[in-house]
Design a protein around this ligand. Structure first.
Ligand SMILES: [Zn+2]
Ligand SMILES: [Zn+2]
Length: 439
């Protein structure tokens, strides 16, 4: 009995071990100093959305040096690098390049002190608080490996540096500029995003929907203002607005299957200026998150219906019906193709070990990488979640210690070595699985 248990434990321990040091992981380890200095450079020189000029130049130069055919300034500050290597499938790998208006407080020796002028004209501190510097370093690291392995694969490898992910605009601009017309149309799209909760050394996967449809809705409630002491002579937009906020809560809870995901959040409610004045209007700002297109349509229709219904029951005259404005461009949900997900899990486990390939939960955040897969006919796509946190820090947080900083936090600090090595080994293994020659 005891011996069986020991054998079982030994087998379990073995299965959690990474595969024996592979040629790829050795090559990645040898390249680490180069990648770390690139990473530090990118981290200390962050640029805001659509201002990724120096960043794109550096990444473009790195890829050009490797023999990629580089097109710059594509769709704004975007970058497209193509390596054609005989006949075979076309694979697109995307990294995003922009940083955020956040003042870094990580205390790292290579922390950013950069300041820049925002769209609004305000001067702000800038930081790679969403890990896009990791994504770019992994892209370059993967390019270096794929160049070295050139004899062992065939097909076309397209690497893109995408601007303005944080504004949900960069992917759209690159597609509108003709990404899939001017360059070969991909058979597969791959990307990764750092995870602020997953240990470095691990790669996380979601099969199916991983990120949400993101819609912004504005509701302009009209009122008939007047004196706060004479409410019967007015139509109070604060009361109507409040009823709308509460009625909206029934959309997800009473109209959509409990097994279907969705969120309707009223993030802002602005009205009035003084204690005793009933105002002429109220403005509500909503974010609506869904996975399926059907649920999205139902919620957006439902918001219009509820707003109108509440105004009618409030006795609002037809001349004062509220206005609902749904922002035309939205970020579509990200669907990780199940077959591609399953295939990449196996390929990556072969490099980083079964125990380091983990399933993670889908989230209701948005990611515009989704757009590359949505272009009809749809292209199988996958975005992986790259573990980026010091395992010791994760353990402390799990034991009730300091909470982990989220993405966009001024204290978000990926653990560079294990994160970059795992990212490059995984992305290269994935690319080789798709493009590798059968021998
Ligand atoms: Zn972000
Ligand atoms: Zn991001």
């Amino acid at each position: 009995m005891k011996r069986t248990l020991l054998a079982l434990m030994a087998a379990l321990a073995f299965s959690l071990q990474p595969a024996a040091a592979s040629d790829l992981r050795e090559a990645v380890a040898k390249d680490y100093d180069y990648l770390f200095s690139l990473y530090k450079h990118l981290h200390t020189h962050p640029e805001l959305s659509f201002k990724e000029v120096e960043t794109a130049k550096r990444i473009g130069d790195e890829l050009e040096m490797l023999g990629f055919d580089v097109t710059r300034g594509f769709g704004g500050t975007g970058l497209v690098a193509v390596m054609r290597n005989e006949e075979g499938p076309t694979l697109l790998v995307r990294a995003d390049m922009d940083a955020l208006p956040v003042a870094e407080q990580t205390g790292l020796a290579y922390a950013s002190t950069v300041k820049s002028v925002e769209q609004t004209g305000q001067t702000v501190s800038v930081m790679h608080a969403c890990g896009h510097d990791v994504h770019m370093s992994v892209l370059v690291g993967t390019a270096r490996r794929m160049e070295a392995l050139r004899e062992s694969w065939s097909g076309t490898l397209i690497l893109i540096g995408q601007p303005a992910e944080e504004r949900g605009a960069g992917a759209r601009q690159m597609l509108d500029a003709g990404l899939f017309e001017k360059f070969p149309r991909p058979d597969y799209n791959l990307a990764l995003h750092v995870s602020p909760t997953l240990e470095a050394g691990k790669m996380g996967f979601v099969s199916g929907y991983g990120f949400a449809n993101v819609d912004s809705v504005d509701i302009y409630v009209k009122g008939i203002g007047g004196h706060g002491a004479y409410p019967h002579m007015t139509k109070d937009p604060v009361v109507l607005g409040s009823q709308i906020v509460l009625a909206l809560q029934t959309l997800m809870s009473r109209e959509i299957s409990p097994l279907e995901a969705g969120v309707v959040t009223v993030g802002a409610f602005q009205a009035g200026a003084k204690h005793n004045v009933i105002s002429d209007g109220a403005h509500l700002q909503l974010t609506v998150r869904t996975y399926s297109d059907e649920t999205r349509a139902h919620l957006l229709q439902g918001i219009k219906r509820i707003v109108e219904g509440q105004a009618l029951s409030f006795g609002m005259p037809e001349t004062h019906m509220p206005e609902v404005k749904i922002k035309e461009t939205y970020t579509p949900s990200l669907y990780n193709h199940p077959d591609l997900t399953a295939r990449m899990k196996v390929a990556i486990a072969g490099e980083i070990g079964d125990g380091n390939v983990v399933d993670v939960s889908p989230v209701m955040g948005g990611e515009d990488f989704a757009r590359y897969g949505r272009q009809a006919p749809k292209i199988p796509s996958l975005m992986m979640r790259l573990g980026a946190v010091d395992p010791v820090v994760v353990k402390v947080a799990q034991d009730g210690g300091a909470a982990l900083p989220s993405l966009h936090s001024s204290r978000f600090a990926p653990l560079p070595e294990l994160t970059l090595k795992t990212g490059v080994a995984s992305m290269t293994a994935a690319a080789m699985d798709i493009l590798g020659k059968d021998e």
